[in-house]
Design a binder for this molecule. Sequence first.
Ligand SMILES: C[S@@+](CC[C@H](N)C(=O)[O-])C[C@H]1O[C@@H](n2cnc3c(N)ncnc32)[C@H](O)[C@@H]1O
Length: 327
Amino acid sequence: MKFIVNASSYYKNVSVDFKEVTEYYSLLNNEEKRFVGNKNIFQTKDAMLGIIERYSISNKSILSLGSGEAFEEYWFHKSNCRLVLNDIDQNNTFKEYLKSISEDKIDIPLVYHTCDASNILKGEYKHSFDVLYVSGFHPDEVRRENISANHIRNSSFLKQIFNRQWPENEQPYLETLVDAIQTVKKNGIAIFQHYRGGIDLLSNPNYLALAKKQFKKVGAEILEIYIFKESLGQSLVVLYVGEHNDAIKYAKMLKGKTKITTFHGRYPYKSIRTNVVRVFNILDPKPFFYKINDISSVISYLNLRSYNYLLNIKRLIRIILNWLKIR
Ligand SMILES: C[S@@+](CC[C@H](N)C(=O)[O-])C[C@H]1O[C@@H](n2cnc3c(N)ncnc32)[C@H](O)[C@@H]1O
């Protein structure tokens, strides 16, 4: 079903004017009165504002798939973006809520499709959006997790030790998400935030190469990828939809922009979710850890402040192995 409702009604009762954590906890007592919870909105604030700032996402049109209650997308709404949201809505809670606000006067429309994401990608929305935003799209994440688990199960002991998680010729992304890129206008961007079933890019360079190939087929380039240094499965993948040369120009422009210092704001440990490193940059397309001569990157990756010596030794071995493979 397709609902067109008033964006402010959808986010009614959301309050983000609190600055102190104590104030935020006092607001939690009223949480049941809201459809989109303040807690999630509060937690995702810094991460989403960082993304909005870096990729200049204000006054834009956004498509989000598997958006759930759309608390991260609230921040796009706050930056004057127009939202088209989607969720399969298995428990019919979204439909119920959307119906309850459907009589409200519409100032800024918010479109919500309650259906399988693949149903809305053809026709109506071809090349319509400035930004595609997808965070933790369940069918995509679970597919990746299963493929990887199977691959590890059937791999040699040595490959398991070196964390080879991805088969040589398997597509990294679910077709629905690749199709979804075609809803983005030329020179727009697509953002995929992953937090389940993540692949360690350092140990699986084939995964990155396959993802690039998959995106290239629909005219998109990976601009940059960020991961949590201490939890390699979480990643933020940012694509440019358009020609390679334009992607390079865009990436050069990003040099002057605010850096990404956090993402996935709901990750429970602040020390981990703010310890972010960029592992791919289109301007320097070999991931940094392949360059053992780039001492500062290697040191930053090894995280010498950590007392987890075993983890660091494993990472050092991976850096050396990858470096040998690339040369
Ligand atoms: C892990 S949640 C992510 C929600 C939100 N994007 C976030 O980052 O918190 C996955 C969401 O995908 C939705 N979903 C699962 N399968 C879907 C499908 N085939 N089409 C659209 N949404 C789907 C689920 O209902 C759920 O809300």
